[in-house]
Write a protein that binds this ligand. Structure first.
Ligand code: HEC
Length: 189
């Protein structure tokens, strides 16, 4: 019993003394950036309402194919098969050191949250988009502009959305949002 108390006391002394030493060094050992500035930088830009460009959502097979590729893939490094016309797997980006580097192009990975025709392991965080044309478009529950805005910036429709913001963040170009929308509303085989 006595031995136990002694050990506890020694441990307590050790802990308090080491934490004292570490605490004394902290300010010099670490960089202390202004946290509020970092948080400000990481914040998403304000929810933005977009006007859908003319001819955006179309039945053009090439556009639908690009949308499908973006929807089902995470990035160019992981994507299997040749990307459809108008899409690439790798892009060149200037690094901080000024050198141009080849980087995998980012895709949508929409299947992480949505099930849809042909999805392998479609997620269920977002609604099932299978049979979207018949369920939502032909019934006039949704229209092209809604789908475009939802993918571009879903916060306009739902301020508390869990969906990714795709145009305001510049993750995708306007054309790529049109491709995604064209794919979602397209009749699938
Ligand atoms: C992190 C999960 C997540 C990801 C990733 C995601 N979504 Fe969503 N999506 C949602 C949720 C949740 C909703 C339900 C409505 C809301 O909260 O905005 C939704 C709603 C939608 C809708 C509206 C369905 C309707 O008519 O009600 C469409 C279309 C859509 N997503 C397309 C996409 C596309 C295209 C992508 C890929 C670029 C994508 N989503 C990526 C979570 C996600």
């Amino acid at each position: 019993m006595q031995r136990k108390i002694k050990l506890v006391t020694i441990a307590a002394i050790l802990i308090s003394s080491t934490s004292f030493v570490v605490a004394a060094d902290l300010t010099k050992a670490y960089e202390m950036p202004d946290a509020s500035k970092l948080i400000e930088k990481d914040k998403l830009a304000k929810a933005t309402k977009y006007t859908m460009p003319k001819g955006c959502v179309s039945t053009d097979a090439a556009s639908i194919a690009r949308g499908e590729f973006i929807f089902h893939n995470l990035n160019g490094k992981k994507a299997k098969g040749t990307p459809p016309k108008g899409l690439v797997k790798f892009v060149e980006k200037k690094g901080k050191d000024g050198k141009v580097k080849k980087k995998a192009k980012q895709y949508g990975n929409c299947v992480a949250c949505h099930n849809i025709e042909g999805a392998k392991g479609g997620g269920n965080i977002g609604p099932d988009l299978t049979n979207y044309k018949a369920t939502f478009m032909d019934s006039k529950v949704r229209d092209n502009a809604f789908v475009f805005q939802k993918i571009a910036d879903p916060r306009i429709d739902n301020p508390n959305t869990h969906m990714t913001v795709n145009l305001t963040t510049k993750l995708f170009t306007e054309q790529e949002i049109c491709d995604l929308a064209s794919y979602v509303v397209a009749e699938k085989k």
